[in-house]
Ligand binder design. Structure first.
Ligand SMILES: Cc1cc2nc3c(=O)[nH]c(=O)nc-3n(C[C@H](O)[C@H](O)[C@H](O)COP(=O)(O)OP(=O)(O)OC[C@H]3O[C@@H](n4cnc5c(N)ncnc54)[C@H](O)[C@@H]3O)c2cc1C
Ligand code: SF4
Length: 323
């Protein structure tokens, strides 16, 4: 059985107290929400904070506020189960509800939060192993080592963004509010992620994600399609989020197609988006966009199977968004 290392645990009642605790406890501290990612990582010694600040006791982080002008403000501590079942989310943001409802299993969705989901660590078969396993082959550059076992001659880490929520956030043009001792800043979801397996977030460790901001309802529709090895639970082998904005006459004014599970960050495919703009989402425009989405794809070893799958999944995501 894998055991957690020893660590100090505090559970403040408010965001202000959490930020104060972070200041006092210093840099060797991490926030934890549902703990469904952080605690397994700590058991495997991938992350080894000496102190952990729980967000579970902060009731304001579990609120959802809706406004026609500003859209939906979702607290970072809202669980995936809550998000998937929320009537406003299901009605106006079905892609968000779908992605949340497809994460893992019911027990993990009952614990896991949208904040933790958006900030999920990047994944890799060599990294997501026990400490002893990683030590036996020698550690890799993401934690404790110097080499990459996926691509040994590579100077960079190839770990992959594997959150179901992240591609949807980017496709929707959502944003997050990050709070720290220095104040609060709004970061568009597209700018939250770096294309780097190790430094994959544009967020300082002391910043606390407080709100997930969804855009106002309008003449747009969105969808999420997930492919995974085991249908009952699994991280996405591939996720596709699509958003299509319409003009009053039904032609496409704007579009966003975002792939998950293929890069270090949610991956927009502008070539595919351009194929949809000005079309009426007829079959040939959708096929054209799906082909463009994988044009020039450069899969790493053993991942070539994803390319034809991605083409079909993109077409399915666009058709689903079209309704
Ligand atoms: C078996 C298994 C299957 C899984 N399958 C999937 C899957 O299919 N799809 C998927 O997307 N995920 C999956 N996950 C990962 C995880 O369960 C979810 O992504 C979940 O939403 C993470 O949320 P959490 O609240 O538990 O995060 P935590 O584990 O609490 O935190 C995750 C990270 O975010 C940070 N963090 C959390 N909240 C905040 C905040 N408000 N501000 C600042 N930092 C914060 C933590 O410090 C940590 O680094 C799976 C996990 C397991 C164990
Ligand atoms: S891809 Fe990253 S996590 Fe995986 S072995 Fe290479 S350095 Fe390690």
């Amino acid at each position: 059985m894998l055991r957690l290392p020893r660590f100090r645990y505090v559970s403040p009642p408010t965001v202000t107290d959490a930020l104060g605790a972070r200041f006092e406890l210093g840099d060797d501290t991490m926030y934890v929400a549902g703990g469904t990612d952080l605690y397994p990582n700590m058991k495997r010694r991938q992350q080894t904070p000496s102190s952990v600040i729980s967000l579970a006791g902060i009731s304001s982080l579990r609120e959802i506020h809706s406004s026609p002008e500003l859209g939906l403000r979702v607290g970072a501590g809202v669980t995936l189960s809550q998000l998937a079942a929320d009537p406003v989310v299901r009605r106006h943001y079905p892609a968000v509800a779908t992605a949340a409802g497809l994460v893992s299993t019911p027990p993990l969705r009952n614990m896991g939060t949208i904040g933790g989901n958006l900030l999920l660590d990047t994944r890799c078969n060599y990294y997501d192993q026990t400490y002893e396993w990683r030590k036996a082959i020698d550690f890799c550059m993401k934690k404790d080592g110097r080499i990459c076992w996926v691509a040994p001659s590579s100077p960079r880490c190839w770990a992959v963004q594997s959150s179901d929520g992240a591609p949807v956030a980017v496709a929707l043009g959502a944003a997050v509010m990050l709070a720290s001792g220095g104040g609060v800043r709004r970061v568009p979801a597209e700018e939250l992620y770096h294309n780097d397996g190790i430094r994959f977030l544009n967020k300082r460790p002391d910043e606390l994600l407080v709100w997930y901001l969804l855009p106002p309802v309008g003449a747009w529709r969105a969808s999420y399609v997930k492919l995974r090895r085991r249908g009952s639970f699994d991280f996405p082998v591939l996720g596709v989020a699509a958003r299509v904005d319409f003009l009053p006459d039904g032609t496409v004014r704007d579009a966003r197609i975002v792939l998950g599970g293929v890069a270090h960050k949610p991956w927009r495919v502008p070539a595919a988006e351009r194929r949809l703009i000005g079309s009426r989402l007829d079959a040939s425009a959708i096929d054209d966009a799906a082909r463009a989405a994988v044009d020039g794809a450069q899969p790493v070893r053993d991942n070539a199977f994803k390319v034809p799958l991605a083409q079909r999944a993109v077409a399915r995501a666009i058709r689903t968004a079209a309704g």
